[in-house]
Write a protein that binds this ligand. Structure first.
Ligand SMILES: NC(=O)c1ccc[n+]([C@@H]2O[C@H](COP(=O)([O-])OP(=O)(O)OC[C@H]3O[C@@H](n4cnc5c(N)ncnc54)[C@H](OP(=O)(O)O)[C@@H]3O)[C@@H](O)[C@H]2O)c1
Length: 318
């Protein structure tokens, strides 16, 4: 039997990378095996307990990335724009840091001769938001625009790369998009998306599609794959959550400008992101779900996922 080829997974202790690890590990017939990356092995106890190889590396440290990639066939690369900057860090912005990390990953992938990288990028929002207030470093949605620009590092380094864009996670309904109970006792789901349908998905589908992309060999190198499980409007989200909770949930479309002035951290960035979902809806929703289902037969429509995650909605403190 030939040895399994190694896929190094960045962000393995997080949502996207974790889902890639689970997708590969769940298939006992896989020709791949995972090398999971964390900055701190103590965070990877679950992975170690599951018998997964864990190595320490830091996206800020190219030499450590080279060690993590050495001998691997491929890598899943994700950066976390949202992580607060470390005290005393030299980066002038989170976008500059994210781009520096992507550049490090691309150089390390080229130096170690990887055959296939999946870079978790996002689309550039700027042409859809000509009049939106500029955010960090002059971008409209820095965590998206900066990733889109960073695609060039992988192309310039001639790394065989498939670009994937992750959807808005369904799982955000447990956190920043969670329903709230108003003073009169009703549950509301407030989102600044008007009547637009948003490219949405469970983070588990990110991993399953990434795994399928690795399985297709070179076929999808150079392509951008928009990962999605479903297209959901605010009404769709509210109906699925209501069904899961067993009580009515009312969708309330919020004005993105109100979010922008809410005072919450990164409010301007998030308001622009939601406005982009609305402005770009026609283009973003051109997704071939039959093709995605062919890659990932387990693709989870929102109603299926919400019903399967009933217990998690019911555990929310609402
Ligand atoms: N939330 C959404 O709906 C959504 C949608 C599309 C795209 N995204 C994008 O997803 C990205 C975040 O991915 P996620 O949701 O999987 O994040 P996450 O669950 O918060 O996990 C972050 C991961 O990144 C790793 N990491 C952070 N800094 C690192 C560094 N310097 N070196 C090595 N590893 C590092 C962490 O590993 P350790 O801590 O173990 O080292 C952790 O595994 C963001 O950039 C965001 O823009 C999010």
């Amino acid at each position: 039997m030939s040895a399994k080829r190694i896929i190094t997974v960045l962000g393995a202790t997080g949502a996207q990378g974790g889902s890639v690890v689970r997708a590969i590990a769940a298939d006992p017939t896989s020709g791949f095996t995972v090398r999971a990356v964390t900055r701190d092995r103590a965070k990877a106890e679950d992975l170690l307990a599951a018998g997964i190889e864990v190595v320490e590396a830091d996206l800020d440290d190219e030499a450590s990335l080279r060690r993590a990639l050495d001998g691997a066939h491929g890598a899943f690369v994700v950066t976390n724009w949202w992580e607060p900057p470390a005290a005393g860090s030299a980066w002038t912005s989170r976008t500059e840091r994210e781009q520096g990390q992507a550049a490090n990953a691309a150089r390390a992938a080229a130096a170690t001769g990887l055959r296939h990288v999946i870079w978790s990028t996002l689309a550039d929002t700027r042409s859809y938001l000509p009049d939106a207030p500029r955010q960090e470093a002059g971008y409209t949605v820095p965590h998206a625009d900066g990733k889109a620009e960073a695609n060039a590092f992988f192309l310039d380094a001639e790394v065989p790369t498939t670009f994937v864009t992750a959807p808005m996670y369904y799982e955000s309904l447990f956190t920043f998009n969670a329903p709230r109970r108003t003073q009169d006792g009703t549950l509301v789901l407030a989102m600044p998306i008007g009547s637009a349908r948003v490219v949405s998905g469970t983070v588990d589908d990110v991993g399953r599609i990434a795994y399928a992309i690795f399985n297709r060999g070179d076929a999808l190198v150079g392509r951008t794959v928009p990962i999605a499980s479903d297209l959901c409007s605010g009404e769709d989200f509210a109906a699925g959550v209501a069904d899961a909770l067993g009580e009515p949930v009312h969708y309330v479309p919020v004005d993105p400008a109100a979010l922008a002035h809410s005072g919450m951290p990164d409010a301007g960035e998030l308001a622009n992101m939601f406005q982009y979902f609305v402005n770009a809806e026609k283009d973003l929703t051109q997704i071939d779900f039959n093709w995605l289902r062919d890659l990932n037969p387990g693709l989870q429509p929102f109603t299926t996922w919400a019903s399967a995650n009933r217990h998690r909605f019911r555990a929310l403190d609402l």
